[in-house]
Design a protein around this ligand. Structure first.
Ligand code: COA
Length: 367
């Protein structure tokens, strides 16, 4: 049975920074309150022409370059997102087109902020089963577009960004070892975007009521999160047959420093085992775990051979944890050219549209 190794990683965040002081000019809040209650100092906000697909594609191309893999070698793209560009087509398909992953299947995975853990596990299982060799797993968000900028309970928390991993099959032991995925739909109303789906379509009344924004019971979500972070980490470690002392890093969902500190207490681990960067990005939902991992791997903090746990929670309610041994790029004879220029890829996508149009004109109409 092949192992599923993490062989490439990349991230992309918008350039625009929104500080706590900037927020204090919009809603009744202040820097001291936000830092003390959440740990967040600033977050990134997408420009009008930045979308989950464009941020996700940038992160994916960087990850492919690290892994030394061509987009055309990718078999499967799973995009975890809480801010999909449309109900359909899937954001994963938009990314597939943007990067030119011509032979990949592509779908979105909706498990709110736990989505990246779920997606990584699904991709790893597809590789472990032998049915595919190479997968791209992406967490990407422009949640700022679902934030009610008049609601100080939520607008201080979220930010935009994307992170991506390449997973590859290898007979060498390593990569993803175990995962647990859990849910409790009875808590769905604690964190939701009520309107815009088929129950409450995007009518004038829904928009007037602000039901298309993020709604959250902060205190209940906080209580739930502090309960599940340590317990799911322990469960994933048990499944892998590892003890907590064997792991070098925990990469938690970057929602609130107090939730991470509670997890550290629950696991009896020092805070320096936890990779934390929420002060600079806020909660980027599905992107928070890959962005934190990418920064730690790029700075050399996470090294090949290190054992780590990624653990997250979110709307649904959902939560989960995953253990992995960090690998890095697999040995390869050929060197893949960096996939920088987007003009060629755009031209290819445009050509496909033209060919589909011509094919439509030439095909006999069926009655
Ligand atoms: N600035 C200033 N004051 C604020 C504020 C803000 N942005 N938001 C709330 N307050 C006020 C409240 O109105 C309340 O005032 P009151 O005592 O006069 O009623 C007081 O601060 C305490 O509010 P409370 O909601 O108890 O604060 P808290 O310590 O629970 O922190 C959260 C609020 C949202 C930061 C915290 O509950 C949290 O992080 N929850 C989890 C959210 C989360 O992670 N969501 C994403 C999951 S993926």
């Amino acid at each position: 049975m092949p192992f599923a190794h993490i062989t490439g990683w990349g991230m992309s965040v918008p350039e625009a920074v929104l500080t706590n002081d900037d927020l204090a000019k919009i809603v009744d809040t202040n820097d001291a309150w936000i830092r003390e209650r959440t740990g967040i100092r600033e977050r990134r906000i997408a420009r009008e022409n930045q979308f989950p697909s464009t941020l996700g594609a940038e992160a994916a191309l960087k990850a492919l370059e690290v892994a030394n893999v061509q987009p055309t070698d990718v078999d499967l793209i799973i995009c975890a997102t809480s801010s999909p560009e449309h109900i359909f087509p899937a954001t994963a398909c938009l990314i597939q087109d943007l990067i030119g992953a011509d032979k990949a299947g592509a779908f979105d995975l909706s498990a709110a902020c736990s989505g990246f853990i779920y997606a990584l596990n699904m991709a790893a299982q597809s590789i472990r089963s032998g049915s595919i060799k190479t997968a791209l797993v992406i967490g990407t968000e422009t949640l700022s577009r679902f934030v009610n900028w008049k609601d100080r309970n939520t607008c201080i928390l979220f930010g935009d960004g994307a992170g991506a991993f390449v997973l590859q099959a290898s007979e060498q032991p390593g990569g993803v070892f175990s995962a647990v995925m859990r849910s409790d739909g009875s808590g769905g109303d604690l964190l939701s975007i009520p309107a815009g789906g088929s129950r409450h379509p995007a009518t004038e009344a829904a928009i007037h009521a602000g039901s298309h924004y993020i709604h959250m019971d902060g205190r209940e979500v906080f209580r739930f999160a502090t309960r599940v972070m340590a317990s799911s980490t322990k469960e994933a470690l048990d499944v892998a047959g590892w003890t907590v002392d064997q792991i070098q890093h925990i990469v938690p969902h970057q929602a609130n420093i107090r939730i991470i500190e509670a997890a550290a207490r629950g696991l009896k681990l020092p805070m320096d085992k936890f990779v934390v960067n929420l002060e600079r990005y806020g909660n980027t939902s599905t992107a928070s775990i890959p962005i934190a991992t990418v920064e730690a791997a790029t700075s050399g903090r996470i090294k090949p051979g290190d054992k780590l746990v990624m653990v997250g929670f979110g709307g649904g309610l959902t939560w989960g944890a995953l253990t992995a041994e960090w690998t890095g790029p697999l040995p390869s004879e050929r060197k893949v050219k960096p996939q920088k220029g987007s003009t060629l890829r755009r031209a290819r996508s445009f050509l496909r549209r033209i060919l589909r149009f011509i094919d439509g004109l030439l095909s006999p109409r069926e009655l």
